[in-house]
Design a protein around this ligand. Structure first.
Ligand code: AVI
Length: 325
């Protein structure tokens, strides 16, 4: 039996309520009740998850961030030419505005910078700094689910030529179908403008494997934080250390899969229910798709965008694409 209701003596009503009502709680309960357990990677990013991800970005093994930053710096002038003057920049899923700053530095009198994320409170300090650095620019964080770009773009009227930024290979965390829907929504909402997308490339699986299995175990901690978060927020009783971090390159799907694998038979309680994990049973926590340049351009074309230049690093590890809308 995979799950069973606990008797009322065992259940904590407050925790059960938050498990049943919050988006994270509903998703975690749904994952635990399923035969193949999986949950969307967006739930990694509470404060602790975001801090762990920042540490991942600095790891030697995790080439993605520094490679993308180098591409943006090397091609900032070309990018600025494509974006044009007085642009209205909307950044989907912006953690910090560091990469947007590279673009803003190269632009002629940008009009607005709107970072979109579920939580934007942490951007208050950045707003002051950015508006001081770029006179004439207004920064307007939008608290929204960046996975629905058309709804986000409809939310506030444009103040100039609209250009979307979708950097950091975040598009790789969407399935190809979700990526198609994201790009279609962006195409509809950015008409006359364009979208700049950071895309990780298919490469030697050894390099990919190292990037998601770092020697210091920061990626493992990031993965297990999902369970710790469920304990903190939902009153679950996961023992995170009894789940092994398992990340591997699945070549047929061109993706890294990340899992948490139960290292022993165990029972986890959440929302007044008990869920059994047998030894070796997995909770699938993330996919990170990798593309070829042409494969990504085809995906963009199929979503109604017109691929322009694609820039790469000399080792062909990462790419940044301009897509006209
Ligand atoms: C945010 N995203 C693009 C990262 C990735 O590479 O898929 C998240 C991550 N997962 C493990 N390491 C980093």
């Amino acid at each position: 039996m995979r799950s069973a209701a606990l008797n009322s003596r065992d259940a904590d009503p407050a925790a059960a309520a938050s498990a049943a009502t919050s988006e994270f709680g509903v998703a975690m309960l749904q994952a635990l009740r399923s035969r193949r357990r999986s949950i969307a990677p967006k739930f990694f990013y509470d404060d602790q998850g975001a801090a762990l991800f920042e540490r991942i970005c600095l790891l030697d093994e995790y080439y993605l961030t520094r490679t993308e930053v180098a591409i943006l710096r090397d091609h900032a002038k070309d990018i600025a030419r494509l974006i044009g003057p007085r642009a209205d920049l909307v950044e989907f899923g912006a953690g910090t505005p560091d990469k947007a700053r590279i673009v803003l530095d190269a632009l002629a009198s940008p009009a607005r910078y709107a970072p979109v994320d579920l939580a934007v409170d942490h951007l208050t300090g950045a707003k002051r700094d950015l508006e001081r650095s770029y006179p004439g620019l207004s920064m307007e964080p939008l608290a929204a689910d960046f996975g629905r770009p058309l709804a986000v773009l409809m939310q506030s009227p444009s103040v100039g030529r609209r250009v979307g930024l979708f950097l950091g290979s975040t598009i790789g965390n969407l399935t190809p179908e979700q990526a198609h829907d994201f790009l279609s929504g962006a195409a509809a909402g950015l008409g006359g403008g364009g979208l700049l997308v950071g895309v990780d490339l298919v490469k030697d699986p050894v390099v990919l494997h190292r990037a998601y299995n770092d020697a210091q175990g920061i990626t493992a901690a990031f993965n297990r934080n999902l369970l710790a978060r469920a304990n903190r927020e939902l009153g679950a009783d996961f023992d995170p250390l009894s789940f092994d971090h398992y990340a591997f390159y699945q070549a047929c799907e061109q993706r890294i899969e990340m899992h948490l694998i139960s290292s022993r038979p165990q029972t986890v309680r959440l929302g007044g229910c008990a869920f059994e994990f047998s030894q070796g049973e997995t909770l699938h926590t993330e996919n990170s798709y990798k593309y070829t340049i042409e494969g990504f351009r085809d995906l963009a074309r199929g979503a109604g965008l017109v691929p322009g230049p694609a820039w790469c690093d000399p080792q062909h590890r990462f790419s940044v694409h301009w897509l006209a809308a």
